[in-house]
Design a protein around this ligand. Structure first.
Ligand code: SF4
Ligand code: SF4
Length: 131
């Protein structure tokens, strides 16, 4: 199923911001600058990278994100490391499983990744993930 980038962004926002540890009690993004969230700052590239992969192996999605998104993110150091990622402060990295699932569900793909789900970590805190 074809979806526009805007549609996919709306679906992912609905799915991810809802469980994100940065979200405040009144439903807003609690980041000092919400526009800094790498997931949505680079969303067109995120959506493209995920749609290029067809696999049950999450590592292939991680590789695609590193190659197509992290490579152009200002937070990545020249040696490929990322302090934001290391501190579990990047929503794209922390919630990648959920993001992949949301995009593939919205575009009509479905893989059985349930054994991989259950919990994630963001901003140093454990997050329970319910599909
Ligand atoms: S950090 Fe990103 S994913 Fe989390 S609530 Fe803010 S915009 Fe949503
Ligand atoms: S993991 Fe780091 S380099 Fe990759 S998108 Fe997130 S903040 Fe940017």
């Amino acid at each position: 199923m074809e979806r526009s980038v805007a549609e996919l962004e709306s679906i992912v926002r609905n799915r991810i911001c809802r469980v994100c540890t940065e979200r405040t009690a009144d439903g807003e993004c609690g980041m000092e600058k919400p526009s800094d969230c790498a997931l949505f700052r680079l969303f067109p590239d995120v959506a493209r990278a995920i749609q290029m992969v067809q696999s049950d192996d999450i590592q292939q999605y991680i590789d695609a994100i590193r190659q197509s998104v992290c490579s152009q993110c200002a937070d990545q150091a020249s040696d490929g490391t990322c302090e934001t990622r290391r501190q579990v402060q990047c929503a794209l990295d922390a919630y990648l499983l959920l993001i992949v699932d949301a995009i593939e569900e919205a575009t009509g793909k479905s893989f059985d990744r349930k054994p991989l789900f259950g919990a994630g970590f963001h901003a140093g805190r454990r997050v329970e993930i319910c599909l």
